[in-house]
Design a protein. Structure first.
Length: 302
């Protein structure tokens, strides 16, 4: 009997063995994680609710929603980042999850619902991947995407900040990056026969933002993480009333670093400084807070 498989990008699900593969090689994911990913792939273009995912992976058994949060976080870690820099599994706030829309025939990523910094970065990555652009070219569309749907307690970062932290800008001092060269030569006839160091091409490419290639992506991510952790220090030292607005990306980076350092108290303390629904609706923050609370409680009872 032929194997039943679902395919998405580099991933495949063996529906009979409940095994998740990447480019044909098995990934270190348990059956429950594979079943969750299978549920997401089985209905392309649809948001799968949390209750549907719980049923798919736990067969209707009564389990806490936090179990789903932990499984999704673990699955995301194994899957890694997509080519656009975002997660393969997309959170739809207060509803459930979707898989990143990258298959042929799906809506382009820039049509994603943008309601926080993470989804704004994902949108920018897709936009710049297909159209390396200047700040002035991106700004009108970015402003339109980040409108009234923005999450209540999520601080709205400036476009300039998101570009600086997550992407690269060609300043005209070297040869034109291949990402920009491909775009310009495909859309301007007069650019097609020019070498990457041609003055006319360099001038046309100047000040365009673009998605870094894999060799430079790690450096960009390290630079961004340092900036996020510097801002997290401000959250740690904040006194007085709760912060009305936060950057979830700062919280995620800070909680991750605190967990790695076994600084569980910081996770609990910072969570107490922000509105509860700001972090309880985020599966990663909820996971870190839940695990930190468990570790602290175990330490007190030891």
């Amino acid at each position: 009997m032929p194997q039943r498989r679902l395919t998405f990008g580099p991933f495949q699900i063996d529906q009979d063995a409940k095994v998740l593969l990447r480019d044909g090689a098995p990934l270190a994911v348990g059956q429950r994680g594979a079943m969750l990913f299978e549920a997401l792939l089985s209905r392309p273009g649809e948001v799968i609710t949390k209750s549907e995912l719980l049923d798919a992976a736990w067969g209707g058994a009564a389990v806490e929603e936090s179990n789903l949060t932990v499984q999704v976080a673990a699955l995301r870690k194994v899957l890694g980042r997509s080519p656009t820099g975002g997660d393969w599994i997309v959170t739809v706030p207060r509803v459930g999850y979707d898989r990143q829309r990258m298959k042929a025939g799906d809506a382009p990523e820039r049509d994603l619902f943008v309601d926080d910094e993470r989804t704004a970065i994902d949108w920018l990555a897709d936009f710049l991947k297909s159209k390396p652009s200047t700040y002035q070219e991106v700004h009108p569309e970015f402003t339109q995407k980040t409108g009234a749907s923005w999450r209540k307690h999520e601080e709205r970062p400036e476009l300039a900040q998101l570009l600086e932290e997550n992407f690269l800008k060609f300043d005209g001092t070297d040869t034109v990056p291949s990402q920009i060269h491909t775009y310009l030569s495909s859309n301007w006839r007069e650019m097609r026969s020019l070498d990457k160091d041609a003055p006319a091409l360099i001038e046309k490419a100047r000040n365009r933002w673009y998605v870094p290639d894999p060799n430079k992506q790690q450096d960009v991510e390290k630079r961004r993480e340092k900036a996020l952790l510097r801002e997290f220090e401000q959250y740690k030292t904040h006194k007085g009333k709760k912060l009305k607005e936060i950057r979830l990306e700062v919280m995620r980076a800070g909680f991750k670093a605190a967990w790695a350092a076994k600084d569980f108290q910081t996770i609990v303390d910072v969570a107490a400084k922000v509105p509860e629904d700001a972090w309880q609706e985020d599966e990663r923050l909820l996971m870190y807070h839940s695990m930190a609370g468990t570790r602290l409680e175990a330490g007190r009872s030891a």
